[in-house]
Design a protein around this ligand. Structure first.
Ligand code: ZN
Length: 302
């Protein structure tokens, strides 16, 4: 049994409309679902990704309007790495968003201060891109390539990652998940002295993809390795289990099915406010209290 690859990464934003503008209009991802936090339905949950919101391309945000900026610390992810095809794509993005160029990379922050890094894809992942009229297809973001977290014990192999979850240890706190469909770089860096604080611009959790039929076996495997793993939660677009990895990062394992077309026409993903059944009775209240978020793609067509 192996994981499929990365599924999604979830962050916190203080401003959903600005978040949609940055990821939808500037970076050219597709807003594929506008829903609410299932555990706290007065907060938006926005999903961005490629044209279909395929696992491996998905970035999601909980909105807490006006939330103060947080700070990544021990047990928190501090940088997300997004793939592009070439150095020429990095030139294109540098002209579009600015940032700081490194070898094969371009670093910049989003509207909440989250650290992003575009990297020339070297993992051989099939590209997962969205279409945007201002972004030539050859320069589009091709999916997630990696993430880096802070730890106080970077340089020993973490067996929960290697033995339980099937990551390969590369040394120096660096791992590769050789998923059955996609590969992903995962790494720990020494934590800064300042304590972390959850808030706008910080990462909430990272989710790995499981074949539907393997999901319960993953839950069992993590429990028998000594992990405190949650029960299976129905997230409407996938089923999920959650557990803390030993360095403190919240991990999720999510199924591939049913995906985002389960409650919206694939041509109109992310246009309506979709509520899970258990919160549908709150629709009138939520539609009048949530600040409207316009889908950047609908806005362009209009
Ligand atoms: Zn999640």
């Amino acid at each position: 049994m192996n994981l499929v690859g990365l599924h999604h990464i979830t962050m916190i934003t203080g401003d959903a409309q600005e978040n949609a503008r940055f990821y939808g209009d500037v970076l050219g991802l597709r807003l594929v679902k506008k829903t609410v936090n299932f555990d706290q339905p007065d907060a938006y949950h926005l999903y961005f990704g490629d044209e279909t919101g395929a696992p491996g391309s998905i970035l999601t945000w909980f909105e807490f309007p006006g939330a103060a900026r947080g700070r990544a610390g021990i047990g928190m992810i501090h940088t997300l790495q997004l793939g592009v095809a070439s150095e020429a794509a990095l030139d294109f993005w540098q002209a579009r968003v600015g940032g700081t160029r490194g070898e094969g990379s371009l670093r910049f922050t989003d509207s909440d201060g989250l650290q992003l890094e575009l990297v020339v894809s070297s993992l051989g992942n099939p590209p997962l891109a969205a279409a945007h009229p201002e972004i030539p297809a050859e320069h589009a973001i091709t999916g997630l390539e990696g993430a880096r977290a802070y730890s106080v014990y970077a340089n020993v192999e973490e067996r929960v990652l290697t033995h339980t979850l099937g990551f390969t240890y590369q040394g120096a706190g660096e791992y590769v998940l050789e998923g059955s469909e996609r590969r992903f770089n995962w790494a720990y860096d020494p934590a800064p002295a300042a304590r972390g604080a959850q808030g706008a611009g910080t990462v909430h959790h990272i989710a790995w993809g499981s074949r539907d039929e393997d999901h319960l076996a993953w839950q069992e495997r993590i429990a028998s390795a000594g992990g405190y793993v949650s029960d299976v939660r129905d997230r409407d677009y996938f089923q999920s289990i959650y557990f803390g990895e030993p360095r403190g990062v919240l991990f999720e394992i999510a199924t591939l099915s049913p995906g985002f077309a389960v409650d919206e026409d694939p041509a109109h993903l992310g246009e309506g406010l979709k509520l899970p059944k258990q919160h549908e009775h709150l629709r009138e209240h939520l539609e009048s209290t949530l600040r409207p978020v316009e889908n950047p793609r609908t806005a362009r067509v209009a």
